[in-house]
Write a protein that binds this ligand. Structure first.
Ligand code: MG
Ligand code: ZN
Length: 180
């Protein structure tokens, strides 16, 4: 079983510095539903792995997190695609848990639960944390430029991705072409 792990904010939807706190603040990029369907068609299970410390801070209510999840899942399903499961770290950075990216815990949990071969899987994210988590888990990594980081910040990454793409749709093009 091979999988593609997607970060959420900055990959699936527009990120915002004060957290995406409810569906009203959720802006899903238009290409996302079709991109997920194309991954499914190419034989990949798709999982979302997302840090949401806004929950621990009391800024994001659990029901709103679930509403956001349902909206993303629904749009993907309407396009004929499927996200198998959403995994969240709801801890504060200061808690030093094993699931908050750059730790690989969310990916390892998914791999363990679903029998995923991490070496044939990909992590797609918009920050250094995502790339480190993917590499630590043993996945190939793709950085997308649809988040909030500046080119100067990306230039300073110590842990380089295997590939950099404009956005999720282009990352999926790369994965599908690599599989041929
Ligand atoms: Mg992100
Ligand atoms: Zn955590």
């Amino acid at each position: 079983m091979k999988a593609v792990f997607l970060d959420r904010d900055g990959v699936i939807n527009e990120d915002r510095a004060d957290y995406v706190k409810n569906v009203a603040e959720l802006k899903i990029f238009s290409y996302v539903p079709d991109a997920v369907r194309r991954l499914n068609d190419a034989g990949f299970k798709v999982y979302v792995v997302s840090n949401q410390q806004g929950v621990a801070k009391g800024l994001i209510r659990e029901e709103n997190l679930m509403d956001i999840q349902a909206e993303i899942a629904g749009q993907v399903e309407a396009a004929g695609g499927n996200i198998s499961k959403f995994y969240y770290c709801r801890h504060m950075a200061s808690e030093k848990c094993s699931c908050r990216k750059p730790e690989p815990g969310l990916l390892l949990s998914a791999a363990c639960e679903h029998g995923i071969g991490l070496d044939e899987s990909y992590m797609i994210g918009d920050t250094q944390r995502d790339i480190i988590a993917g590499k630590t888990a043993g996945c190939k990594t793709i950085l997308v430029l649809s988040g909030l980081l500046t080119p100067q910040e990306i230039e300073r990454f110590e842990c380089k991705p295997d590939f950099t793409a404009t956005n999720l749709s282009k990352a999926v093009d790369y994965i599908i072409n690599s599989a041929r």
